[in-house]
Design a protein around this ligand. Structure first.
Ligand SMILES: Nc1ncnc2c1ncn2[C@@H]1O[C@H](COP(=O)(O)OP(=O)(O)OP(=O)(O)O)[C@@H](O)[C@H]1O
Length: 241
């Protein structure tokens, strides 16, 4: 590639809109092609709702080995049929589910697991680069228990620690997987008690509200950003400040 060729390339990587201008703004225009973007958060934080907002086609996969086969099928499908129905988005919801039940924590298992992570992410990145695809994976969180130092102090990206539902958490699958993705978005929810005044009640009643946040933990092309969002019946939207 000469400098002249580089000048002919598009200035920026194409981005897939997340369906909300506010959240797109925090992502520098949307989710970028040619890389892997992870949505990480506790159960009920909104990962699937965001994924559904991106896609209309769903395929069930039950374990990591089957995932490798499905990725091969997708590759064949894109290569043969790309002129008929171009695939531009791959969503895996959730990557953590394949590993939590199948692998244990002996050294041999961890080695096998890391090998599988790199095989999956290598395949996804190759597909993303070759066919200019957007790849989104979701990941769960685990609770951090004990002191905030030692292994619990491991900092990844812009945030020192992640909090959701008033718990300190970390992404499932650990450091090895963190090196397999390019960007990470943390979705959190916090239950808040609010007093509601009612005409018929003599004093305010206490009701519970879910407050949701969207944090860009790391991305090669963007600084840290944080936003509030809500899940509505029709869509997921950011809240303007
Ligand atoms: N129509 C709706 N209106 C408002 N909120 C909704 C609606 N549908 C779903 N939700 C909210 O979205 C949350 C579920 O989000 P979602 O299924 O995306 O979570 P998740 O992060 O994928 O969880 P898991 O890790 O268990 O798959 C529910 O807790 C609910 O509060």
């Amino acid at each position: 590639m000469t400098p002249q060729n580089l000048m002919l390339l598009p200035l920026s990587t194409p981005k897939l809109s997340i369906g909300c201008p506010i959240l797109d703004g925090y992502l520098g225009g949307g989710i970028p092609c040619n890389s892997i973007t992870e949505l990480v958060g506790e159960s009920g934080s909104g990962k699937t709702q965001l994924c559904l907002q991106l896609t209309t086609y769903v395929h069930g996969v039950h374990d990591a080995k089957q995932l490798i086969h499905v990725l091969r099928d997708i590759q064949a499908f894109i290569v043969i049929d790309h002129t008929r129905l171009p695939v531009k988005l791959i969503v895996i919801d959730s990557i953590a589910a394949f590993f939590r039940s199948q692998y244990h924590t002996t050294l041999v298992d961890l080695k096998r697991q890391s090998k599988m992570f790199f095989k999956i992410s290598g395949t996804l990145k190759a597909l993303a680069n070759k066919f200019v695809l957007v790849v989104v994976v979701t990941n769960q969180v685990v609770d951090f228990i004990g002191p905030h130092d030692g292994v619990n102090a491991v900092r990844l990206g812009n945030l020192e620690c992640l909090h959701t539902s008033h718990r300190r958490v970390g992404p499932t699958l650990g450091l090895a997987w963190a090196h397999c993705i390019n960007s990470r978005v943390f979705l959190a929810r916090h239950q808040q008690s609010v007093g509601v005044n009612s005409r018929n009640a003599p004093s305010p009643t206490i009701s519970s509200q879910t407050h949701r946040t969207f944090d860009l933990v790391f991305a090669p092309h963007l600084p840290h950003a944080s936003a509030e969002f809500v899940i509505k019946k029709e869509c997921v939207v950011g809240v303007s400040r």
